[in-house]
Design a protein. Structure first.
Lengths: 426, 274
């Protein structure tokens, strides 16, 4: 005879999945929070299905505007998701023990960003049944092939890194087999951290290199070192710079939404300091690269750099904003000890840094393709279709849902329970 | 991708690119395979339960992981990293060689309003171990543990013949639809389970001679008990939504009644069940 599952029993069983000693909102409240995101996900999946089943005519991309909202999204989330590999690198290789407090969250963010990026790429390629061709018949001279291989491999690494986090669930960790596997896997996490750093280095770089080698697009084309244009290195450095900022930002948002302290104050400080230092290096490199491009690369190809900024709305303001407002300013805010001392200023710096990398990816994707390259061409116009926007929103919804469920049922912030004791040591 | 696939050419670029890719895949595969292998070895050598406990132990808050020598003041502030497995701890061995071993006492003592018999050994999960005749030991919940558990709906004990491993599950205490695991203080075979009127819960036959190096005794118990009551005040204060201060009163007999909603959290944390 089976006992009927009453609502109170269901709530009780659900409660038993949540880590002991941490507070989470009641299940109905949690479901209310997830409902709109689920709705958005369903809507986005429908939009993606239209593109996959009927073709890319549902998008507003064409032969001139082959990269649109999706590629911008890919580039932005992959840069923001760099916090996963960089935090792993800092913890397991550079032995920054403070990173323990956010490593699980960073892994989930990385997983969300990369799985979202891969999903959107599948839709963007538009031939899901032939997606495997890129592996089976690789064009090893293409930056995109490198990106595809690295992202796929890194997504596998992230899934493996997510396993120990998932197996630490209150119910799962009581199964001896899972607990032992988790323990041993965790001990070898340094291998995956190194693999992640290696793969991220190349695919972040290749994404930048992809634009740098566009000889037909002098706004993006750059000289470089060997086979790698300067954008290859700029993308790596910028991703490493904003990764920690994005981790700090998401941690703070989670703290506000959950109403609990999740990490010690010094964790924010360390993330901000590292992010700020790398950001300043990036700004210096970016400024030098822009000067070389303005004075050597573009003129050598018969273009005056100022001409690229005569097409509205892409005036010089966008360059100044990228380097100044979203580069130098957050870099200084994050590096300065006095500025960092204020949590609001620190988070403002982190938000500006994240917005800056998104702007950079926007410039590289949208502005590059919008600018005319021949004298008789007019600036290209592009506005995403609702199917493109829907797919974009589905990725955001997917990310929020995966993170929300992970936060509820897994230990994303190991210090949370200890902080509830009032155990901060600073 | 492979030499037999249409379009493959033996060029340097292809060999380098695919070589790196396959190396990455190989490293991933070998690492995961090694983890599986290592896990299997732990099961074969009987260390799986200890590994499980070790994994869970590091989830405990620092306050719950204080070293026994920190409690007595010999190593102030030291936090245990060895899952309370003093039998494998070199520092504990060193201190024993220096003659810092606490001796088992006799009789009982009132500590913070609770009667604590000193003629037995204590596990950090609030179980005691009392040697009996014929190589058996009795295992029961100490006074603080009993007050934490209060009047449970059920105590789920393992059937006779079950082999217990120290720090794995000894028995479950169920109340209000939730269950809290009580850790086994010693290795051994379960001989009998006690009834509601018994002060012991299990009778166990441990391997001879009885190894109690990881268990607290004598002076250590006094210091640990005081610390545990402080820890309980902190946890209970948090459960109640406000910090609780000691007011000189005694702990009530059934803490489950004081925190019906948070019994699981309070009891679980005190009994080291993550």
């Amino acid at each position: 005879m089976t006992t009927a599952l009453t609502p109170s029993m269901l709530l009780q069983r659900e409660r038993e999945l949540i880590r002991r000693g941490v507070d989470r909102c009641p299940l109905p409240q949690f479901l209310m929070w997830t409902a709109p995101w689920f709705a958005l996900l369903v809507f986005g999946c429908y939009a993606a299905w239209l593109c996959l089943s009927q073709g890319l005519f549902h998008t507003n991309m064409d032969n001139q505007y082959a990269f649109g909202l999706w590629i911008f999204l890919d580039l932005a989330v992959i840069a923001l998701g760099a916090g996963a590999f960089f935090t792993g690198f800092l913890l397991y290789v550079a032995r920054k023990q403070e990173m323990k407090a956010v490593i699980n969250s960073a892994v989930v963010i990385g997983l969300v960003c990369y799985s979202g990026a891969v999903a959107v790429l599948m839709v963007d390629v538009g031939q899901p049944l032939r997606a495997w061709f890129t592996f089976w018949h690789p064009n090893v001279h293409s930056m995109l092939t490198e990106v595809t291989f690295c992202i796929t491999a890194y997504l596998t690494v992230l899934l493996i890194e997510y396993l120990p986090v998932a197996l630490k669930n209150r119910k799962l960790c009581r199964v001896t087999r899972y607990a032992v596997f988790e323990y041993e896997l965790h001990r070898l996490m340094v291998v995956f951290a190194l693999l992640g750093a290696f793969l991220s280095f190349f695919h972040q770089g290749s994404l930048g290199g992809l634009y740098g080698v566009l000889r037909g697009r002098p706004f993006a084309f750059r000289e470089g070192f060997g086979i790698w244009p300067s954008t290859f290195f700029l993308f790596i450095v910028s991703a490493a710079a904003v990764g920690p900022s994005f981790i700090a930002l998401t941690t703070w948002i989670t703290e506000k939404l959950s109403g609990h302290r999740l990490v010690e104050g010094r964790v924010y400080d360390t993330l901000a300091r590292i992010s700020g230092k790398i950001l300043l290096v990036y700004v210096a490199l970016k400024a030098a690269d822009t000067l070389v491009w303005m004075n050597a690369t573009a003129p050598a190809r018969g273009f005056a750099a100022r001409g690229f900024y005569e097409t509205q709305p892409f005036g010089t303001w966008i360059l100044l904003a990228e380097i100044g407002v979203f580069g130098l300013l957050p870099g200084w805010l994050l590096v300065s000890r006095r500025a960092r001392a204020s949590r609001a200023v620190l988070l403002c710096g982190a938000a500006l840094a994240c917005a800056g990398v998104a702007l950079n990816r926007f410039v590289m994707t949208i502005q590059t393709l919008a600018l005319p390259t021949l004298p008789f061409e007019r600036p290209a116009q592009y506005w995403p279709s609702w199917q493109e926007a829907g797919t974009f929103l589905a990725v955001i919804a997917f990310g929020v849902l995966v993170y929300s469920f992970s936060f509820r049922y897994l230990t994303l912030f190991p210090q949370e329970r200890e902080l509830a004791f009032g155990g901060e040591k600073e | 991708m492979f030499p037999w696939v249409y379009g493959f050419e033996w060029t340097a670029g292809r060999i380098v690119f695919l070589g790196i890719f396959f190396s990455v895949l190989l490293v991933m595969f070998l690492t995961v395979a090694f983890v599986f292998l290592k896990s299997a070895v732990h099961f074969r050598t009987g260390r799986a339960y200890f590994i499980q406990w070790k994994s869970l132990f590091h989830e405990l808050p620092r306050a719950s992981r204080a070293c026994r020598h920190a409690l007595t003041g010999h190593l102030p502030g030291r936090v245990c990293e060895g899952a309370f497995e003093c039998r494998e701890c070199s520092k504990h061995g060193e201190l024993l060689e220096q003659g810092r071993e606490a001796a088992i006492g006799a009789g009982a003592e009132e500590i913070m309003g609770m009667t604590v018999p000193l003629d037995r050994y204590y596990h950090r999960g609030h179980c005691w171990v009392k040697p009996l005749k014929k190589g058996l030991v009795a295992v029961g919940l100490d006074e603080l543990g009993r007050r934490l558990v209060g009047r449970p709906d059920a105590v789920e004990t393992p059937p006779p013949g079950t082999w217990l491993v120290a720090n794995s599950t000894a028995f479950w205490v169920k109340r209000n639809g939730t269950a809290v695991r009580v850790l086994a203080p010693v290795d051994g075979e379960v001989i009998a389970a006690g009834g509601p009127s018994d002060d012991w819960i299990l009778k166990v036959r441990p391997p001879a001679p009885l190894d109690t190096r990881h268990l607290l005794r004598g002076d250590e118990v006094r210091a640990w008990y005081r610390r545990e009551v402080e820890r309980l005040e902190l946890i209970a204060g948090r459960a109640d939504g406000a910090p609780a201060l000691a007011d000189g009163g005694e702990l009530c007999a059934d803490l489950g009644e004081a925190f019906p909603e948070r019994w699981d959290a309070v009891c679980g944390e005190m009994l080291l069940d993550t």
